[in-house]
Design a protein around this ligand. Structure first.
Ligand code: COA
Ligand code: ZN
Length: 321
């Protein structure tokens, strides 16, 4: 047999940290409000399945994102006993103060690589966003809380088209200069392709070597997992996904869900990378949240099960004639 090109000996990481952003990115765009208790059950289910890093909510304006207006209540109900790292989006000082008060482990500041999306999403220019992060960092530092930086529209913008790689690098440098090195490259509208992923990860590694990069894809054009794979081949070890494939951004046209956490875990484990996540438990969580929101989610492994799940032969009819 040919030597396999998969697995840890062939340049892929041994272990990948899977970050579930479903409670935030997924639920923020659900048309119906999901109760704080249902959110807590979802998050605790994910933690029980082995997820150790979750973006649990946003401390943003409740007028901008009413679905997450219960952020503080959600934090109160989360199981902290297993050491899962809980992060939340924070757009301004008010959000930072609320996040400290609620007890998050890290705040995620966010801005877009493209000006038009930044204006739509947070009602300010990119430079205004960057200037505002200084104050958030001071609040976080005083509270002993970490700050991560997200860069939305890192692979393209629905209003501007291509986003120059230099813009992504410029923002990553500005984050680094503020002491923010845990970065997430967001593909808000599913415009990433494998060559773009390789280009951007390589550029960041060269220009901002301190950056610890996470990738955040939406499966809008069906390339989500292959983009993850491209990132893994460039040495990325942190990937964001959303349980069941929940998601979409309310501030972009025709946005669709994140890549699905179960599908990601299935791919990683089948390719020889460890995640520490129990796929069966994860699928159960996914099916439960599908019941809560009352519509079918795009996740595929949650429907088909593992490839080795067996079915009784009499479960389908025999084709004759
Ligand atoms: N938490 C709670 N309330 C907040 C808040 C926060 N972090 N930030 C602002 N507000 C409130 C203000 O108190 C004010 O309320 P009032 O009118 O009752 O006094 C109102 O929101 C407007 O505040 P302002 O500072 O003028 O903000 P804005 O209208 O320019 O909106 C943001 C800017 C950033 C607060 C808003 O656009 C936002 O929250 N965006 C988040 C978008 C998002 O989460 N996108 C998802 C990522 S893809
Ligand atoms: Zn997203």
């Amino acid at each position: 047999m040919n030597e396999s090109r998969f697995g840890p000996d062939r340049g892929l990481p041994k272990r990948v940290s899977v970050i579930d952003v479903g409670p935030r990115d997924g639920l923020q765009s659900e048309p119906a409000y999901v109760s704080a208790q249902d959110k807590i059950d979802l998050i605790n289910g994910l933690i029980d399945a082995g997820v150790r890093h979750l973006e649990v909510t946003s401390f943003v304006s409740p007028r901008a994102v009413p679905q997450l207006r219960d952020a503080a209540d959600v934090l109160k109900g989360i199981d902290r006993s297993r050491g899962a790292v809980l992060t939340a989006l924070v757009p301004n000082e008010k959000g930072a103060e609320r996040a400290v008060e609620a007890g998050v482990d890290a705040m995620v500041v966010f801005m877009s690589a493209s000006q038009s999306h930044n204006l739509k999403n947070v009602n300010r220019t990119r430079d205004q966003s960057l200037a505002g992060f200084e104050a958030i960092c001071r609040i976080a530092e005083a509270a002993g809380i970490d700050v991560y930086g997200a860069i939305a529209t890192s692979f393209g913008c629905p209003f501007e088209g291509n986003v120059p790689v230099g813009e992504v690098v410029r923002i990553a440098r500005a984050y680094r200069d503020m002491g923010i090195t845990k970065l997430s490259l967001g593909d808000t509208t599913g415009m990433a392709t494998p060559p773009l992923v390789a280009e951007r990860v390589q550029a960041l590694k060269a220009d901002v070597p301190e950056a610890d990069i996470a990738l955040h894809f939406h499966n809008t054009r069906g390339l989500g997992l292959v983009c993850v794979y491209a990132g893994l081949m460039e040495g990325v070890t942190r990937v964001e996904a959303s349980v069941g494939g929940l998601g979409g951004c309310p501030f972009v046209p025709r946005a669709t869900g994140n890549i699905c956490t179960e599908d990601l875990v299935y791919m990683l484990e089948e390719c020889g990378m460890e995640t520490g996540i129990d796929l069966k438990k994860l699928i159960a969580v996914s099916r439960r949240i599908e019941g809560v929101i009352g519509r079918s989610l795009p996740g595929q492994v949650m429907k088909a099960g593992h490839r080795l799940d067996l079915h009784p032969t009499d479960s389908v009819r025999t084709a004759n004639g």
